[in-house]
Ligand binder design. Structure first.
Ligand SMILES: Nc1ncnc2c1ncn2[C@@H]1O[C@H](COP(=O)(O)OP(=O)(O)O)[C@@H](O)[C@H]1O
Ligand SMILES: [Mg+2]
Length: 227
């Protein structure tokens, strides 16, 4: 009997912006899933700002992965929106070529995590935004990371409303406790639960990747991904 190849679950990690904890959370999620699945891999198919980064996101994700592939994707030196870095380096981002490459990894892995650069509506080209890329990847789970600080209500509500227009389903909101916290820290989660019909996970504390991997919020995501 011919069987369709079992496609690995695909998780997309995106956010309301840059420098908010997407990679940190993704690393912890890879470690957590790595405890129950053997071939787990994190990819950063488009990355900018490599000149200033001490460690690239791609390398951080690879370090937290238990399954490895030949590196691929777009890596730009400048800290710029991907569409601008791509324009400056005359190396346009071709989403149509990335999707089958990620599909090949999916054929071999138990779980593939893709971290998108910047925020959900960061441009990859003049026509394609992260949200379009995420939609075309057909993920099993899309998580939106946001800092648990003043302004988060606007950023999360605007982003999830805009995602609906793509359409890209957002399956969960992950709030990250900022350092230092502000007057809104701790208040956003309950409000987003009242205002949105999307699950809002318990906020991530400031903690090492290893400690976060054992946190209840990470366990909850692993449970969803392994059921
Ligand atoms: N929950 C957290 N606890 C401790 N440090 C964190 C946490 N989330 C993010 N950081 C740190 O904040 C910085 C930015 O986070 P990062 O994950 O690189 O953001 P993004 O991927 O959204 O650009 C990194 O130095 C990271 O280690
Ligand atoms: Mg990152």
């Amino acid at each position: 009997v011919d069987r369709a190849p079992r496609l690995a679950k695909l998780v997309v990690i995106t956010g309301t912006g840059t420098g908010i904890g997407k990679t940190h959370f993704a690393e912890a999620l890879l470690l957590a899933i790595g405890q129950v699945r053997s071939r787990v891999i994190g990819l950063k198919p488009v990355e900018t700002g490599l000149r200033e980064a001490t460690v690239s996101d791609a390398a951080r994700l690879e370090r937290a992965s238990s399954f490895h592939v030949e590196p691929f994707g777009y890596m730009f030196a400048e800290s710029l929106s991907p569409h601008l870095a791509a324009r400056d380096e005359n190396d346009p981002i071709d989403m149509e070529s990335l999707i089958p490459l990620i599909g090949e990894v999916r054929d071999e892995a138990d779980l593939v995590l893709v971290e998108l650069p910047g925020g959900l509506f960061t441009p990859l080209s003049d026509l394609i935004f992260n949200a379009d890329f995420a939609r075309d990847l057909r993920p099993d789970l899309t998580l939106l990371v946001a800092p648990d600080r003043l302004g988060a209500l606007h950023d999360v509500i605007a982003t999830t409303r805009a995602a609906r227009s793509v359409p890209l389903p957002i399956d969960g909101i992950v709030l990250v406790t900022p350092e230092p916290p502000d007057s809104a820290t701790g208040r956003n989660g309950p409000e987003l639960r009242r205002l949105l019909d999307i699950p809002v996970l318990d906020p991530l504390p400031r903690a090492s990747v290893a400690d976060l991997a054992a946190h209840d919020t990470l366990r909850a995501v692993v449970a969803v991904l392994t059921r």
